[in-house]
Design a protein. Structure first.
Length: 204
């Protein structure tokens, strides 16, 4: 079910785009990356979350960090992404990392780029209605460059919002929390990852 809904939200292979185009229907459009500076560099992914998010979903930062590291490794050319397990160990041992100067983090991790994600909103239900599944997540994204003139300030910043199920919602009997959480995490990681590489979407 999750795989099908993810495809509804925009995934698909090139063959599908070509077939639609030949049929005179949809066509493939290339969306260009907003920032290309991760390609060819070592990258550490650090994910923090609002305290209200951590209170109810304490595992979310590590889960999204792992999913995002996978997206970058798969789609950003020659990006050398530190393993998710290594980053989980680092954040556990350094709970003060969100208030540590970026330059110090770059040096400690030995990387050329920091990708920092802050989860500002994360919910699995429709607001005010625990009987309806409607996952929504919003994140602030920043990139820090070791070789910039000022490595203590971000060289790229963006806001990303993800929703699962895409464009809709489920009643409680139609899904369970784990499925909504997994789908939302995958879509959020995909949408953050798309900031850093070109991708195709289908339009009519």
């Amino acid at each position: 079910m999750i795989a099908c809904l993810l495809c509804m939200s925009g995934c698909g292979d090139l063959g599908g785009f070509v077939a639609h185009g030949l049929a005179g229907g949809s066509k493939a459009v290339i969306i260009e990356a907003q920032y290309r500076g991760l390609a060819g560099h070592s990258v550490a992914v650090l994910v923090a979350a609002d305290e209200r998010v951590v209170l109810y979903e304490p595992a979310i930062p590590d889960q999204i960090a792992e999913a995002l590291a996978g997206q970058l490794a798969a789609h950003v050319p020659d990006a050398r992404v530190l393993p998710a397990k290594q980053m989980a160990a680092f954040t556990t041992g350094r709970p003060d990392w969100p208030v540590t100067p970026y330059r110090r983090l770059l040096d400690e991790l030995g990387v050329e780029r920091l990708l920092i994600v802050e989860i500002l909103e994360y919910r699995l239900h429709e607001p005010g209605n625990v009987n309806v599944w409607q996952g929504v997540a919003t994140a602030a994204v920043q990139v820090i460059e070791h070789d910039s003139a000022d490595p203590n300030n971000p060289q790229f910043a963006a806001m990303v919002t993800a929703q699962f199920p895409p464009g809709g919602r489920f009643g409680l009997v139609d899904a369970e929390a784990g499925a909504i959480r997994t789908g939302l995490n995958l879509i959020l990681a995909r949408e953050i990852g798309r900031l850093f590489h070109d991708y195709q979407v289908e339009t009519k």
